[in-house]
Ligand binder design. Sequence first.
Ligand code: DGL
Length: 295
Amino acid sequence: MKQENDRINHGPIGVFDSGYGGLTILRRIRRRLPDYSYLYLGDNARAPYGSRSFELVHHFTRQAVEYLFAQGCRLVILACNTASAKALRTIQQEYLPRYAPERRVLGVIRPTVESLPATTRNGHIGLMATPGTVASHSYRMETAKIDPEMHLTEMACPLLVPLIENGEAESEGADWFVAKYTRQLLEADPEIDTILLGCTHYPLITDAIRRHVPEKVKLLEQGPLVAESLADYLRRHPEIEERCLRGADCRYLTTEDPGKFDPMATAFTGTEVRSHRIDMENCASKVENTNIKHH
Ligand code: DGL
């Protein structure tokens, strides 16, 4: 009976990304907050999101959030910059108040930007991100709020996510494009002292990026920042924290073939991953533990 109540009143923390990138965030969150249950959803069938329109990224992200809510999640982390840039605000300001006022969706951009003042010495920041994140100028707007004097140079890196999603992270091709994008970024502002890896896929190519930028330039990875920010959020919001299931476990969902997802995800997380395939288009038929209205 207690178990049944737990299942109805509590839910895992949902972690969403277009594909594998969010696993780099999940890994850090689980290291920082190991006691909770997690539910990871990768929309691999429709990745990458980076070059898609605002409307489509918003539509896909909202479907994912609804799906995770339907699985009982009270809190969902958009572990994807593109989704955070293009969908988070509308979900927080329009969707949640109307359809799920007691649930929360958080992104990765704000916690990343908040760490910048402590990281940069001269205020010259480089951003490597998907075309969608760059076009949204979300990082520009957030850094301006924190410090209007900060000098942010944005570099769209359209081919990095497709290369990573296709298992080419360590290939010569990936190295060639990393060299090109980092060169363009440092030519645009040679004073850059911090490069922000503004896409959750990029920790998988940090070694290549490190090879192509001077030693003195810091590379800022989001995982530890998002994990710390989530720990702080849960401390400040006991009403959400107490609805998060504690099981020290993680389930994985993908919209693609688990036969493809599992070996890649196992390599990325360092733990054996056994995922389940889901169909987000038919989300309404999978609703359980929830009274969210679907529309
Ligand atoms: N991991 C996503 C991000 O942080 C990648 C987006 C994509 O699918 O292109 O932006």
